[in-house]
Write a protein that binds this ligand. Structure first.
Ligand code: ATP
Length: 199
């Protein structure tokens, strides 16, 4: 699996459609201060389902939409698409090329697409999490996060490594299943009580 292309339209400083192609071996984005390098990494994080505006360097989610400049009016929609080459099948869908799209309008309407077909945020999370690309996997690391990582408790650090290794998905599923088992055990005890009352 490899990130091949990023399409941005109306996202932060990218008012007009921009297509970034990542050839094999590309390891860095360089450019003058303020040209939008961090906005590119914000876009990657956003399309992968990030819900915390703070981590996208904004106060509210609407801040990702191009807010206008002296030269042009604000846009009403932000849209980002991330293209992956998936010939190794690491993303668990039967497509050689996978395109994940997120769109947000100023009216608050939020949409997700998988290969241009509408889907739920949960589908995106499930698709990328097992690969270590999930929102909490550390696929995008800011300098602040490195400080936090160094001062975190060992358990918190372990969670980050588990996410990056793709284990987090299974840990969460296990927690959900344990909660369901607990609820079912409670129900069984209640049924026993009712049965003995009736007898
Ligand atoms: P540096 O090298 O200094 O870290 P950078 O290349 O990473 O800079 P970014 O932080 O990605 O630059 O981009 C900053 C620019 O993006 C600023 O000019 C800011 O005004 C602009 N910007 C951020 N959000 C929006 C928005 N919603 N609409 C328009 N412009 C925006």
């Amino acid at each position: 699996m490899r990130l091949t292309k990023l399409e941005l339209h109306g996202f932060k400083s990218f008012a007009d459609p921009v297509f970034l192609t990542f050839e094999p071996g590309a390891t860095a984005i360089v450019g003058p201060n303020g040209c939008g390098k961090s906005n590119v990494s914000d876009a990657v994080r956003w399309v992968l389902g990030e819900q915390r505006a703070r981590l996208l360097r904004g106060g509210k989610m609407e801040d990702v939409i191009f807010q206008g400049s002296s030269a042009r009016r604000a846009t009403n929609v932000a849209e980002v698409s991330l293209h992956f080459e998936n010939s190794d099948g690491m993303l668990p869908v039967p497509f050689q090329e996978v395109v994940i799209t997120r769109r947000l309008s100023r009216s608050g309407e939020s949409e997700y697409f998988l290969n241009r077909a509408p889907c739920r945020l949960r589908d995106i999370h499930d698709l990328v999490r097992g690969t270590g690309l999930g929102a909490d996997s550390g696929v995008v690391i800011e300098s602040k996060m490195i400080d936090a990582l160094l001062s975190d408790r060992p358990d918190d650090r372990r969670e980050l490594f588990e996410e990056a290794a793709g284990v987090g998905l299974y840990r969460d599923r296990r927690r959900t299943t344990e909660r369901q088992l607990e609820a079912t055990s409670g129900d069984l005890v209640r049924i026993d009580d009712l049965t003995s009352e009736v007898q």
